[in-house]
Design a protein around this ligand. Structure first.
Ligand SMILES: [Zn+2]
Length: 231
């Protein structure tokens, strides 16, 4: 039987999934969930990267997070667009791996690839449920789509809707980012990112009485049951 995923995280470039929700991925992997990452592009060119380096870095990060699968699509870095062809590429992955939860970029961002990824994922979620399509897989509809707390836009109005406790997985998140050496170590501009990620997770964790947390945005009402709360 094919691998079926609980969660599929979709980013425009390798490292977006790790920055956005690497802690949540590691946290739920420790609880036996099946989790995959889909990168729309290989992320190149960048100032200090090569395709070979980026692929090796993404592989090392996937091993640290214990991902069940990582797929890199062939969309063009810097020029990703929400086309019908691209939404079909993503919807084929959704149909094949049947994730319950999709996680991707928020709508508001300076990076056009991130905005396009947000739009492609929403369109692909819809595309995946269509019957009588040309897909070789049956229709499938993920239950949820959430947006992670990571964007080039320092949005002063951004509101998060819920937080996930990543106290047991903050180190995996930082370590998974450190292997993206071409992005965050060779490029001295980003050296502070590891401190920033830890501080942000610490700040969010403090809001809910845990050491570290990651934040998420959702667009639809969520069902809450008080019986699931820890009183
Ligand atoms: Zn990116």
């Amino acid at each position: 039987m094919n691998l079926e995923l609980d969660i599929l995280v979709i980013g425009a470039h390798p490292d977006d999934a790790e920055i956005g929700c690497g802690g949540t991925i590691a946290h739920y992997k420790k609880r036996g969930k099946k989790i995959g990452v889909l990168d729309l592009s290989n992320g190149e060119p960048t100032p200090f990267g090569t395709v070979e380096k980026r692929m090796a870095e993404a592989k090392a990060a996937s091993e640290i997070l214990h991902l069940d699968i990582r797929i890199t699509l062939d969309m063009t870095n810097r020029y990703i667009e929400n086309t019908i062809e691209n939404r079909k590429k993503v919807s084929e992955v959704i149909r094949k791996y049947k994730p319950n939860i999709l996680i991707t970029h928020p709508s508001n961002d300076w990076h056009p690839d991130h905005i396009a990824c947000h739009q492609i994922v929403n369109a692909a979620k819809f595309q995946a449920k269509l019957t009588k399509s040309e897909s070789k897989y049956p229709e499938y509809s993920p239950k949820y789509v959430f947006y992670f707390d990571h964007s080039h836009l320092k949005d002063k109005n951004r509101k998060l809707d819920f937080l996930i406790d990543i106290s047991d997985s903050i180190e995996e998140k930082i370590n998974a980012l450190k292997v993206y050496k071409s992005q965050f170590v060779d490029n001295k501009k980003y050296l502070r990112i590891f401190d920033y990620i830890r501080e942000r997770a610490g700040y969010l964790g403090y809001q809910i009485g845990v050491n570290y947390a990651e934040g998420f945005i959702n667009s639809e009402y969520l069902l809450v049951d008080f019986e699931n709360f820890k009183f």
